[in-house]
Design a protein around this ligand. Structure first.
Ligand code: PLP
Length: 487
């Protein structure tokens, strides 16, 4: 358990105490004051803590105990797929042939690494039904941007310079409209209908000769499968636009259906979600994209080609949009994803989708008595509830999320998607047991009861955590981003 007041490293410091033991210097000593310009030389010694190794370790373990991760408990963060990342991935990525190589090495000396990347691309082509994959983008959002830049290059190569509109549903993941704007397009919003799906009539009104693409998050952020994809595909293609599939949450459909077979021209994947790259805290991630044959000439370079059994990095691609990331993507995440795919096998990956969807539906039904379901049909890997009923009692979605922390559960995503009032977006993932799912359902029912009988306990939560309720305004206006010594 995290201790409330464990001493930080400066409080452990005692003058003269050492936590290291360096070998004697066997190279000529450099006098930094002579070598460096004056501006770079310290006039006052840095104030560093002086501790022994054990105290140093206690400091860091103490900090890590204040953290919450998937290995501490249930983490149903909607749209983030906080599932278990198998330890075998870590074994494989640490093999010296993968971890002790350098991106500037001659490709002849890293054939194994290139083979792994090539094979991973082949597997992802099979899983998505796309013609070719690039592993370069370092995040889902960067994959989205890469894809839109390729779509732009494609239209320009066809002389379609006027295509400057990207259509994005109001149920899209937030990165979709942001990406379209950053890539220089006008964002055109298409509405959802009463079932939470893209309104086809609205879409028909919005398409025209300026349409560059439709970006479809599927399942959408309500956790719902878009049932009219083939029709959307026809509408967009009929005006010369491209179909983009946000496949960050592929564990809803993997092994059952493929974006390539639904008429999509580009799809991005999040290897740090579906394919067990560890994530959180900003990375590193991997957001490969798969493209159709007519977009392939615009792929970022280099691409990996196999030529008489030898893997090569090919830069000679006249229509390429260029490099989007230094070197060849986040190789370590790609090794983990490859390990995952190979250990699961085709049947295993199919099971992943089955359990992800089953777990979400089980949980949704367990909550529907106490919480309002804005959409009642079957969901895919996640679902959204509304805390409208609780709001009438003075308890908001935010309060419920904070109260879950007292019950040692990581709060789900709140207030997203924007089209649901008092939204809580829940993604249990396929790796959780029935007992964990039941525990969460019971926790949520307990909180719903508390909202009726003792609302203060929910409104003032969390009570059991090291940091209590934050002043959110001050936290965002005047953030304290580093350790500050008192006094
Ligand atoms: C997570 C996610 C993204 C963005 O991926 P990042 O790697 O965080 O940039 C995009 N779309 C959906 C549906 C997502 O869940």
């Amino acid at each position: 358990m995290a201790k409330e007041n464990f001493p930080l490293i400066f409080e452990r410091s005692k003058e003269g105490r050492l936590g290291y033991n360096l070998p004697t210097l066997d190279v000529p000593e450099v006098n930094l004051e002579e070598e460096l310009e004056d501006v770079y030389v310290r006039t006052v010694d840095a104030e560093l803590p002086e501790v022994n190794e054990l105290e140093l370790m206690r400091h860091y373990i103490g900090l890590s105990n204040r953290n919450f991760g998937i290995l501490s408990g249930f983490y149903p963060l909607g749209s983030c797929t906080m599932k278990y990342n198998p330890v075998i991935n870590e074994d494989v990525v640490r093999l010296p042939g993968f971890s002790h190589i350098h991106p500037y090495q001659d490709p002849k000396t890293v054939q194994g690494a290139l083979e792994l990347m090539y094979d991973l691309q082949v597997h992802l082509e099979e899983i998505t039904g796309m013609h070719e994959i690039t592993l370069q983008p370092a995040a889902g959002s960067q994959g989205e941007w890469t894809a839109l830049m390729m779509i732009k290059a494609f239209h320009e190569a066809n002389g379609d310079h006027h295509r400057d509109e990207v259509i994005v549903p109001d149920s899209a993941h937030g990165t979709n409209p942001a990406t379209a704007a950053v890539a220089g397009f006008k964002v055109v919003e298409v509405k959802s209908n009463e079932k939470g799906l893209v309104d086809i009539e609205d879409l028909k009104r919005l398409v025209n000769e300026n349409t560059a693409a439709l970006m479809l998050t599927n399942p959408n952020t309500l956790g719902l499968f878009e049932t009219e994809i083939l029709e959307m595909s026809e509408i967009i293609h009929s005006v010369g636009g491209k179909m983009y599939y946000d496949g960050a949450n592929l564990n809803a459909i993997m092994g059952y259906t493929r974006p390539g077979d639904m008429g999509f021209d580009v799809v991005h994947l999040n290897l740090h979600k579906t394919f067990t790259g560890p994530h959180g805290g900003g990375g590193p991630g991997s957001g490969p994209i798969g493209v159709s044959e007519d977009l392939a000439p615009f792929l970022p370079k280099p691409v990996i080609r196999k030529n008489e059994g030898v893997y090569e990095l090919v830069y000679d691609l006249p229509q390429s949009i260029g490099m989007v990331k230094s070197y060849y993507g986040n190789f370590g995440i790609n090794v983990r994803a490859y390990t995952y795919i190979r250990t699961m096998g085709a049947e295993g990956l199919k099971k992943v989708s089955e359990y992800a969807v089953l777990n979400a539906n089980y949980m949704m039904r367990g909550l529907e008595k106490e919480y309002e379901l804005p959409f009642t049909q079957y969901c895919k890997h996640e679902f959204v509830i509304s805390c409208k009923k609780q709001k009438k009692l003075g308890v908001r979605a935010l309060n419920i999320a904070k109260r879950l922390m007292d019950l040692e559960i990581h709060p789900p995503t709140v207030y997203f998607p924007l089209i649901v009032e008092e939204a809580i977006m829940i993604e249990p993932t396929e790796t959780e047991s029935k007992e964990t799912l039941d525990n969460f359902i019971n926790a949520m029912i307990q909180i719903a009861d508390e909202a009726k009988s003792n609302p203060e306990i929910v409104q003032e939560a969390p009570h059991n955590t090291v940091i209590k309720r934050l002043d959110e305004t001050t936290a965002s206006r005047k953030p304290i981003l580093r350790f500050q010594r008192e006094g």
